[in-house]
Design a protein around this ligand. Structure first.
Ligand SMILES: [Mn+2]
Length: 316
């Protein structure tokens, strides 16, 4: 397809629309869905959002006043979903029934009847904002806040390399339309649950350095998680902690699995290649972020990974 105007045309022709977000939803898939839902309702259509996983309290404001109406859809659109399997438990229900996919992942694996991907967009929310213009709609404050949420969360609050001048112009334009930027950014980036802070305290107690401070590791045991009362949400991004330390090129996070083995997440900075190290242990991933599983007691798992990192650093 290629043209966003075509996506607008398809949506305009539909009457009862279901909007799908990916599982383990983030601010972009939820913000995009909520904004599109509000826009479609303004056009007098029936619309509702669906996601395989519950929406965390942090994102509840996106859906305020949006009541999930029961109806049989005549059109299904996914937002920010790069692959059918990312729909989680909804994948089977909607396989072969998705009319349109709107996404910004360069790695998008087509699954919908028609697809619009803009890999230059920092967030799917940027595309949805453009789409509201094509639909001839004025963005109201609630919609502006939803779109701003998508853009801000997918850019790490405008810090990542995906940010373009267009991203900032859109954010400015959304603020002019009533997006509560300061409040949203505080909720997304400054606020932590008590359980999350407890987890940080615990993992920092376990923080160890090796290779003269160029490597660092932490671990998260099942007992630690239970003690903190932490949910999966509270653990998000913990693996990036060790590499945040000045001078650290390789950060290792070991998380205890149910069977007692340890899932390792490596976060590295060039010249250390995380995927290469993890492949030695039967895992894989990207150059800067990779993972593997070690069936060994914690101390041994840590020692083996540290040795692998040390070997790579010696070669570099
Ligand atoms: Mn996204």
């Amino acid at each position: 397809m290629g043209k966003l105007a075509r996506a607008a045309e398809l949506l305009r022709a539909a009457d009862r629309i279901v909007i799908l977000s990916h599982s383990s939803p983030d601010g972009d898939t939820l913000g995009s869905a909520a904004a599109l839902c509000r826009a479609l309702k303004k056009l007098g259509k029936a619309a509702r959002c669906e996601c395989a996983d519950p929406v965390g309290p942090k994102y509840a404001y996106l859906f305020e006043g949006l009541h999930a109406e029961p109806f049989a859809p005549d059109f299904v659109v996914s937002v920010d979903v790069a692959d059918l399997k990312l729909l989680g438990s909804l994948a089977e229900r909607y396989r072969g029934r998705i009319d349109l996919a709107i996404d910004h992942h360069g790695s998008h694996a087509p699954f919908a009847r028609e697809t619009y991907v803009d890999a230059k967009a920092a967030a799917t929310a940027e595309i949805i904002f453009e789409l509201t213009g094509l639909l001839g709609l004025e963005v109201d404050p609630a919609t502006a806040s939803a779109l701003y949420t998508g853009i801000s969360t997918d850019t790490g609050c405008f810090r990542y390399s995906n940010v373009t001048p267009r991203t900032h112009r859109m954010a400015a334009s959304l603020m002019e339309r009533g997006a509560r930027a300061e409040e949203i950014d505080r909720a997304m980036f400054e606020t932590k649950s008590r359980a999350r802070l407890e987890m940080e305290r615990t993992v920092l107690e376990h923080l160890r350095f090796f290779c003269g401070g160029r490597g660092a590791s932490i671990h998260i045991s099942r007992a630690d998680i239970a003690r903190a009362g932490a949910q999966e949400d509270d653990l998000e991004g913990l693996a990036s902690l060790p590499r945040q330390v000045e001078g650290v090129l390789a950060g290792i996070t070991l998380r205890e699995k149910e069977d007692g083995s340890w899932k390792a997440s490596l976060r590295t900075t060039p010249p250390v290649d995380a995927a290469r190290i993890c492949r030695k242990f039967g895992g894989g991933g990207h150059a800067c972020a990779a993972g593997c599983v070690l069936r060994a007691p914690l101390e041994e798992a840590e020692r083996r990974l540290a040795a692998a990192v040390e070997e790579v650093l010696r070669e570099a």
